[in-house]
Structures are given as structure tokens and as C-alpha cells.
Design a protein around this ligand. Structure first.
Ligand SMILES: C=CC1=C(C)c2cc3[nH]c(cc4nc(cc5[nH]c(cc1n2)c(C)c5CCC(=O)O)C(CCC(=O)O)=C4C)c(C)c3C=C
Ligand SMILES: [Fe+2]
Ligand SMILES: [Fe+2]
Length: 358
């Protein structure tokens, strides 16, 4: 059969609303084998690496997948815990907290789940599960506050690809970004303030975002602009002046130029400018992961201290802290508000009749 159906559809089944949270995905284990599988899927996505396919296939399979899995596995081994990959367990906790809060706020007939764009739990398996449970209206919230083709659009591609195989499509909303959503900005500002109450204020606060190739910006990707806006809004909420903070970009990959200023170069140059105490916060990462724990928490700390810096602190991501969960629930509720969530009596009546006839 060309188009799939839900497995256990019954005519009396009540329509449900699905909330699907997504994030990037992570390897199943910190081993070269698991990394090869994960990186092969991730780096084959044309949204992530915009290079002519044949050329890229040769580079990816001929060079990168022979070298990087081993190197990345070592880095992942430093962040995996007994609970597994931080990105996975933080996303799982966010999902549980959002489900609990939405239920506590009186939403019924709601299914809240999470999936990963690459790796597990896969988008397809989670969508199957949601549709089997009777979801007919679906909100997808990729947990990337700032829109980028390489993340948000790639998530949309995966959903759209899944939909091409389905017979019965749901009503559908896709939240493509929330970089200036006030509750998210307030949650970020609160996270920083709470950190200051415990650890004091730095000479300079760095907002570090995952980079993308500069070429994507020149070709029209709004990511760079959205990152700067998020930084400005958080800084305003904290009452900072322009001199108090910087925006920079981390995690570059490959040889071409990425968005600047680079986080590592910035941290290496600050001590010579007299800045000896920095704190780094990563507003673009909704959950702590390899890129924050290892790259910002460890690697960049070394660069700063080695260059003569004295005091370096990483401010944890928003993860499942209550202000963050509340912000995400508000974002979801705004999107649910467009739908009449009351059940459709006419369709139920028809379903009851059919049920009685069968
Ligand atoms: C190759 C190009 C890459 C682009 C473009 C890119 C964009 C991008 N990524 C994130 C968020 C995350 N990336 C993470 C890991 C990661 N990213 C790349 C490459 C690109 N990312 C690689 C190869 C890796 C794997 C790790 C490594 O081998 O270095 C993660 C962490 C995942 C985890 O398991 O912890 C996140 C999160 C964003 C937001 C973004 C564009 C805006
Ligand atoms: Fe990345
Ligand atoms: Fe990295």
C-alpha cells in the first residue's frame, strides 16, 4: 500500500491534539560505531551541509566519517552520564514537565511527545505513535529558539517527508522560531540573574550561539539576525549596557568561514583587553549537550585561562527549569488557541452510528 494508515483506528476514537517537541538528536552511545551512524545521517542532510551532493558524498564518506567518529566519541564520552546523553535526558525531562503543566492547566485529549531529528527516538516512530493514539491536530515545536534552515527547516523537511506517506493528515502548526518571545527572554534573564545571586557578576557576559557558515547568512538565512535580537532583548531585560556583553558563535565545522566573532577567538583575546572574569550563556541551546558542556564548559574555559583570564563560568542552559517550561507551555498554548479544542459532536454522532452498524 502506498499510503499508511493508523494501526488501530476505531470510529468512536476521540480526536486528540498532539504536541511534538523536537531537538537535534544525539548518538545512542559515545562509541565510534554509534557516532558513525549518527554523523552519517546528520551530515548527509542537505539542509545542514549545502555542498553539491556528489562532491559532499565523496568528502563525507572518503574523509570525514573515517576520522570524526573516533574524535567525537572521545568528546561525547566526557558528557555521557549513567542517564545517557545529556541532550536526550534533558529533552525527556522537558517533555514530561510540559505534559504535566499542560494537564494541570486543564488541557485534555492532549498527547505530548518528543522526537529527535537524527537518531532516536526517530521522528517517524513518534509520529506513528501519535497518529495511532488518535491525534488529528498536531503542533510541532522544534526546540531551537532562533530559526535556521539547517535546524528548523530541516525538522520541517522530516515532518513533510513523513506526511507524503500518510493517508490521513492532521491539521498542522509548525512553530518555526521563538527568539523574541517575551516569556523565553524572561526565562533566560532569570537564569542569568539567579546565577549572579550565587556567583556574582562578571566583567563581561558572552552570549554564545552555535554557528552556521557565513554563506548561509549571505544567502538569506535569518539566524544571525535572530541571535543578535535575542542577545539584545536579554541584555535589556537585565539592564546591561552594550559594553557589558558580547554575542559570538561557536562549534564551527570545516574550512569555510562561519559566523563571526568566533567564541574561541573572542575568549582568547579578552584577557589582553583587560577582561579577566567572564561568564558564558548559550541562549540558542534549550538543553545542555555536548556543545555546551564540553565545548563551552571545558574547551573554551581552557582557552580563556591559558590566555591570562582568571575567572570563567558557564551558566547552564534553561533545560527543565520552571520558567523555561512555563515559557514553552505559553508558546504551545498560543498555538493551540487557534483550534477549537471542543470535540466535534457531529462527527462523533456519525462515528457512533457507524460503530453501531459495524
Ligand atoms: C556541519 C555543519 C553543522 C551545522 C550547519 C550545524 C548547525 C547547528 N547545530 C545546532 C545544534 C547542535 N549541534 C550539535 C552537534 C553537532 N553539530 C555539528 C555540525 C553542524 N551543526 C556536528 C558535526 C555535531 C556533532 C558533534 C561533533 O562531532 O562535533 C549539537 C549537540 C548534539 C549532542 O548530541 O549533544 C547541537 C544541540 C544548531 C542550533 C545549529 C544551527 C543553528
Ligand atoms: Fe551543530
Ligand atoms: Fe562542538
Amino acid at each position: 500500500m502506498r499510503y499508511t494508515n493508523s494501526q488501530n483506528f476505531q470510529h468512536q476514537q476521540q480526536d486528540k491534539v498532539g504536541v511534538l517537541l523536537t531537538n537535534l538528536g544525539t548518538p545512542d552511545a559515545p562509541t565510534p560505531k554509534a557516532l558513525r551512524r549518527y554523523l552519517a545521517e546528520f551530515l548527509s542532510d542537505p539542509r545542514v551541509v549545502e555542498v553539491p551532493r556528489l562532491l559532499w558524498w565523496l568528502i563525507l564518506h572518503g574523509v570525514i566519517l573515517r576520522i570524526r567518529p573516533r574524535r567525537s566519541a572521545k568528546a561525547y564520552a566526557t558528557v555521557f552520564t549513567e542517564q545517557g546523553s545529556p541532550l536526550l535526558f534533558h529533552t525527556e525531562r522537558q517533555c514530561t514537565a510540559i505534559r504535566n503543566q499542560l494537564f494541570a492547566q486543564g488541557h485534555q485529549n492532549l498527547e505530548v511527545a518528543f522526537a529527535m531529528r537524527y537518531g532516536n527516538p526517530s521522528m517517524q516512530s513518534v509520529l506513528n505513535d501519535l497518529f495511532d493514539k488518535g491525534v488529528r491536530k498536531l503542533v510541532v515545536l522544534p526546540l531551537y529558539p532562533q530559526y535556521s534552515g539547517s535546524t528548523s527547516a530541516s525538522t520541517f523537511d522530516a515532518i513533510a517527508r513523513d506526511f507524503t506517506q500518510r493517508r490521513w493528515l492532521p491539521d498542522f502548526r509548525f512553530i518555526s522560531h521563538y527568539h523574541d518571545f517575551q516569556p523565553y527572554i524572561a526565562a533566560a534573564a532569570q537564569q542569568i540573574k539567579s546565577f549572579w545571586q550565587q556567583h556574582g557578576r562578571p566583567e563581561k557576559l558572552l552570549f554564545s550561539y552555535h554557528g552556521i557558515p557565513k554563506r548561509y547568512l549571505l544567502n538569506g538565512d535569518p539566524y544571525h539576525c535572530e541571535c543578535y535580537k535575542t542577545s539584545r532583548l536579554i541584555a535589556e531585560q537585565l539592564g546591561l549596557t552594550d559594553a557589558d556583553y558580547l554575542t559570538c558563535f561557536q562549534s564551527r565545522f570545516g574550512r569555510e568561514e562561519w559566523l563571526k566573532p568566533y567564541t574561541d577567538e573572542t575568549l582568547k583575546s579578552l584577557p589582553a583587553q583587560g577582561v579577566k572574569h567572564v561568564q558564558v550563556f548559550c541562549p540558542g541551546f534549550s538543553a545542555d549537550c555536548l556543545e555546551t558542556i564540553e565545548e563551552i564548559g571545558e574547551e573554551n574555559k581552557e582557552y580563556f585561562l591559558h590566555a591570562g583570564g582568571e575567572h570563567y563560568q558557564y551558566i547552564p542552559a534553561l533545560n527543565d527549569n520552571p520558567e523555561h517550561i512555563d515559557a514553552l507551555c505559553q508558546l504551545i498554548e498560543q498555538n493551540l488557541a487557534h483550534w477549537q479544542l471542543k470535540s466535534d459532536p457531529e462527527r462523533q454522532q456519525r462515528a457512533r452510528q457507524l460503530g453501531a452498524e459495524n
